[in-house]
Ligand binder design. Structure first.
Ligand SMILES: [Fe+2]
Length: 304
């Protein structure tokens, strides 16, 4: 509190607001709220936030709520586009060297993908894209195979879209859950993913346009890998030859997650069953860390 007769300063207001949480019984809630208010006030003070800018920020938050529904999660999009999702992921998953690195879940994960057989295609519509034979092994840090690991996979098609973005698409198009065999091996038929823009017709898109940023993500396949006795990993495989690897609008690219798609001819003797015409192949081993599964970020509250 300030003394009667003296001028109240900006710093006084910040100190009062921070102190208002001193009596919070839960220490973590108190820490979060006091640090949040202190940093929010420091931001406004540093940039000398104007009243018009403050009103604009309120309008942006209101628009973010208005556009968010079961299929569109603009708050996650803000978190992704500001790099916060990747930061929280890095803080939560400090994996040892050699383990497959994690990256963002993104807004297009839908739980409950169908279980599919080894080598089965997850494309349920014709013309989804160039067939891609994706295979490898799931190993632990000592190089031992991890049998029975689950790979929960989803991706976009050549039209840039995920099935969840198209109400007319088959529900399970381009997604599936695969299990590793005794030797840790997995394989599935995907399509070659393509770069795509994040939804940019809302407040996040307007921010990108106003700041000279593009909305594009490099081509990738999403995966969550779960195995008993091992930490769950949420990650991507990036096409090492994709555009936008050096400017992913959600900052999710890590060098260790890039892999080469090999172009294959229709008459290639290694062509797997279920593929016709030209195709590509991609090999990627996954290395898990022993431990508890850990927080699985793939809960319905995060999906869109
Ligand atoms: Fe994606």
């Amino acid at each position: 509190m300030t003394t009667s007769g003296t001028k109240t300063t900006a710093a006084d207001i910040t100190a009062d607001a921070v102190a208002s949480f001193d009596g919070c019984a839960d220490p973590r809630t108190r820490e979060l709220m006091q640090a949040f208010v202190a940093h929010l006030h420091a931001f406004a003070t540093e940039v000398r936030l104007t009243e018009d800018e403050w009103r604009s920020m309120i309008a942006v938050l209101t628009q973010t709520g208005d556009i968010t529904d079961e299929r569109r999660q603009e708050f996650i999009l803000w978190s992704d586009a500001l790099g916060l999702s990747m930061l929280v992921d890095a803080l939560a998953h400090d994996l040892p060297p050699g383990a497959t690195e994690s990256t963002v879940l993104g807004p297009f994960y839908v739980p409950g993908a169908p279980e599919r057989e080894y080598g089965e295609s997850m494309a349920e519509e014709a013309g989804a894209g160039t067939p891609a034979w994706v295979h490898g092994r799931v190993l632990d840090l000592d190089g031992n195979p991890v049998a029975g690991a689950e790979l929960d996979v989803w991706q976009n098609g050549a039209d840039q879209l995920y099935a969840v973005q198209r109400p007319e698409a088959p529900e399970h198009h381009l997604r599936g859950r695969y299990r590793t065999r005794e030797d840790g091996g997995y394989a599935f038929i995907a399509v070659r993913p393509v770069p795509y823009p994040i939804p940019d017709d809302g407040p996040v898109g307007r921010m990108l346009a106003a700041t000279g940023r593009h909305p594009w993500r490099p081509a990738h396949i999403h995966m969550i890998i779960r195995a008993p006795g091992h930490r769950t990993v949420t990650t991507h495989i990036f096409d090492a030859r994709s555009d936008y690897l050096d400017s992913d609008t959600v900052f999710a690219v890590k060098p260790s997650l890039q892999r080469d798609f090999r172009e294959r001819a229709a008459d290639d003797p290694e062509r797997p069953p279920g593929i016709d015409g030209g195709w590509v192949s991609l090999e990627s081993d996954i290395v898990l860390t022993r431990g508890d599964a850990g927080g699985d970020v793939s809960d319905p509250g995060r999906t869109a």
